[in-house]
Design a protein around this ligand. Sequence first.
Ligand code: HEC
Length: 113
Amino acid sequence: MRKLTIMIAASAALAALTSYANAESMIGDPEAGFTFAKQQCAECHLVEPEWVGSFGSPAKSFTEIGSDPKTTEMSLKVFLRTPHIAMPNFILTEQQTEDVVAYILSLEATRQD
Ligand code: HEC
């Protein structure tokens, strides 16, 4: 019985891993990501392309995050899938993650320095 439980758990983990791998090849839509960010992230982050700084929130603006040379597709995805203390743990679908990551990375082009 115990063996069966382990096997079920293992195959579930494998299925999750496979869907994760498939999701990696998905392409995010920055427009959809912007819409999503305005709904879900704007409470704490400045999400508009031209906005920098903060409004007293400890969270950086998306333009700042997107312009940081250390920000990559992978770093954003890892951040969004890792539990945080300061930021609520959103349950984003794979598509929402792709979209919002594509949007944040698109902001790199708007940086003014
Ligand atoms: C309730 C406030 C709050 C909301 C809502 C919120 N964040 Fe955050 N976020 C924070 C805070 C505070 C930090 C900085 C602390 C940390 O790293 O956990 C942060 C950090 C981040 C970072 C890492 C920035 C860096 O330093 O590189 C990313 C990426 C991010 N948020 C994306 C998002 C996205 C995408 C959403 C919408 C789905 C979102 N956040 C919604 C508060 C929030």
